[in-house]
Design a protein around this ligand. Structure first.
Ligand SMILES: Cc1cc2nc3c(=O)[nH]c(=O)nc-3n(C[C@H](O)[C@H](O)[C@H](O)COP(=O)(O)OP(=O)(O)OC[C@H]3O[C@@H](n4cnc5c(N)ncnc54)[C@H](O)[C@@H]3O)c2cc1C
Length: 559
């Protein structure tokens, strides 16, 4: 049987960073990814990555404070300190690995301003930072000699003696199922954006790891905290990076007014994402938008800057909205972008399941709390990816493999999958169920939420689960059966959707990305705590976890 000390699931930035660290720590390490590594969603990151560099007059405490405030005081301050202290070193590591960050006129690493931060500390490569980081990380992965299972899809976990000790995975090219034994597992499976429709996330971002871990008994935390990005393109919902506002773009209502002056007179367009998204939605609801959108105006930035620093989003505007931002404003609106919650971990990535780690967007350390600052996620992936890899490598040295019958595990999974393939053809198609889920989430768990809406979605999710259990898979073949993969992903998504809705219903205050029109105030007395869910007999079981404070006391949040 295939076996490894450390098995990393997911080859985005977090996964590759974790695998490189685990290998360097002397562990027999492998990485598994359902797509070729450089097709992971990290590749789509546009705007940049935050770090406070001391030799640039910045300091990690300021970065940490901005992050704490951005989180609406729900982020765990010990974890935020770890991330912000390590940021400078992690950034320079990436530079030394070969990332060609943009530089300023003096030849230093250049920065741009990003939302919710009092100074410009976002380092970037044009408006395709994620691609630059991911490709360099992939080169390092190859160099490290980590075993790669590319285009292998993890369908289930193997648990023996109360421990997760391996996975069953589908080799997509051949349709073969294989068991892989592992002493430790690191989930780096990314977010769940496509649980909402539309979303800025790639179609592959379906919450697989969160659902697998949850079903194995892991604790998920902060799941109600879903970030709507203020600038997603009309129609397709494709992201228009915050880099545009970072470089100075304005948001306009239908009369050409910069409406942000009403909501965030100091930071204007560069207030936190939750604040800007709510402002836009308020204006749109009041009839001050155009066709359900407001306008992003970059004209005053000039052709030279746009072509040099915002070339990708300019092309997106031309190709998908028929609007060239050099000459005209483009229509945008808030759209689902990121999940702050995820598999609860400590600062070394360890979850409540022994030997199981998580890092990157699928994890919740919690450094983002109620709202993530733009450009803190790429940072989160490399800081906590590395720490998880280090820790897992060290721990796996003290551990033995747990024996299990791999053939039996594969056989069980084959039977389950055959059951899906054998379904009668008369049920609803997977795509239809997926769309109904996404639309329900986007209707009731978006920028503004209220009890009746959330309950409606919880009800709809139950019905969709029943329909899902009967949804047929057309392709009965083995080779590249993406139809089957799509069906398995939907199962994971429905589990994730339920944890989001249940957590949102539980939280009866408005904080960060969650705004309850029926509880419009932040209520620190009762709700300055994390909501955590574990799988129970009939659905998610809710409990609370304390927020960790170090030096920053909760205060009113104004921008
Ligand atoms: C359009 C866009 C722009 C963004 N811009 C920025 C930005 O400028 N700055 C910033 O800080 N953040 C940005 N973000 C957020 C940030 O990019 C992500 O949070 C981060 O890259 C996630 O990295 P990750 O390694 O956790 O996961 P991902 O890069 O999503 O990788 C997940 C991996 O898991 C694998 N996987 C998943 N399920 C399975 C399975 N069942 N079996 C096997 N493998 C599996 C996938 O194949 C993939 O390799 C952006 C996000 C989007 C969507």
């Amino acid at each position: 049987m295939l076996e490894h000390d450390v098995l990393v699931i997911g080859a985005g930035l977090a996964g590759m960073r974790a695998a490189i660290a685990a290998k360097a720590g002397g562990a027999n390490t492998a990485i598994i990814s359902k797509v070729h590594p450089v097709r992971s969603h990290s590749n789509a990151a546009q705007g940049g990555i935050n770090a406070a560099l001391t030799d640039r007059g910045d300091n990690w405490e300021d970065h940490a404070y901005d992050t704490v405030k951005g989180s609406d005081f729900l982020g765990d301050q010990d974890a935020i300190e770890v991330m912000c202290r390590q940021a400078g070193r992690s950034l320079i590591d990436m530079e030394h690995m070969g990332v060609t960050f943009n530089r300023d006129d003096e030849g230093h690493l250049g920065t741009r301003a990003f939302g919710g931060q009092r100074r410009a500390r976002t380092f970037f490569v044009g408006d395709f930072t994620g691609q630059a980081l991911l490709h360099v990380m992939f080169e390092q992965l190859i160099k490290s000699g980590v075993r790669r299972y590319e285009e292998w899809f993890v369908t289930s976990l193997i648990q023996e003696q109360g421990r997760v000790c391996g996975v069953v995975a589908l080799e997509i090219r051949t349709g073969q199922l294989q068991a892989i034994r592992a002493k430790t597992l690191i989930f780096c499976t990314g977010g769940l954006g496509r649980v909402f429709e539309p979303s800025t996330n790639a179609l592959i971002v379906t919450g697989d790891g969160m659902a697998l871990a949850y079903n194995a008994g892991a604790r998920l935390m902060d799941m109600e905290m879903v970030q709507y990005h203020p600038t997603t393109l009309a129609g397709s919902g494709v992201l228009i990076s915050e880099a545009a506002r970072g470089e100075g773009a304005h948001l306009l209502d239908k009369n050409g007014e910069r409406f942000m002056k009403k909501y965030a007179p100091n930071m204007m367009e560069l207030a936190s994402r939750d604040v800007v998204s709510r402002a836009e939605q308020t204006e749109i609801n009041a009839g001050n938008g155009i066709n359900g959108c407001v306008l992003l105006d970059c004209r005053h930035l000039g052709e030279k800057l746009i072509k040099e620093k915002l070339s990708q989003i300019r092309e997106i505007g031309i190709d998908l909205a028929g609007a060239d931002m050099i000459r005209e404003p483009i229509p945008i609106r808030p759209g689902m972008h990121y999940i702050m919650g995820g598999i609860k971990t400590d600062v070394d990535g360890l979850t409540n399941l022994p030997g199981v780690y998580a890092a990157g967007e699928c994890a919740c350390v919690s450094v983002h709390g109620g709202n993530r600052l733009g450009a803190n996620s790429l940072l989160d992936t490399i800081v906590f990816g590395e720490r998880s890899g280090n820790h897992a490598a060290a721990v796996s040295k003290q551990m033995e493999f747990i024996e299990f019958d791999g053939d039996a595990a594969v056989k069980r999974e084959e039977q389950r999958i055959q059951g899906i393939l054998n379904r009668p053809q008369n049920g609803d198609r997977v795509a239809k169920v997926r769309l109904a889920m996404g639309q329900s989430m986007n209707r009731n768990l978006a920028v503004f939420r209220k009890q009746e809406g959330i309950e409606e979605t919880i009800q709809e999710l139950q019905e969709l689960k029943t329909r899902y259990a009967q949804a047929p898979v057309d392709d009965k073949g083995r080779v590249f059966n993406t139809d089957l993969v799509f069906a398995l992903e939907l199962g994971f998504m429905l589990d994730c959707a339920e944890t989001i809705a249940v957590s949102a219903l539980e939280r009866k205050d408005s904080r960060g990305a969650q705004f309850r029109t029926d509880y419009p105030k932040r209520d620190d007395e009762n709700w300055l705590k994390h909501i955590s869910v574990r799988k129970g007999e009939v659905g998610p079981e809710v409990s609370y976890m304390p927020v960790t404070f170090t030096k920053w006391k909760p205060e009113e949040r104004k921008y």
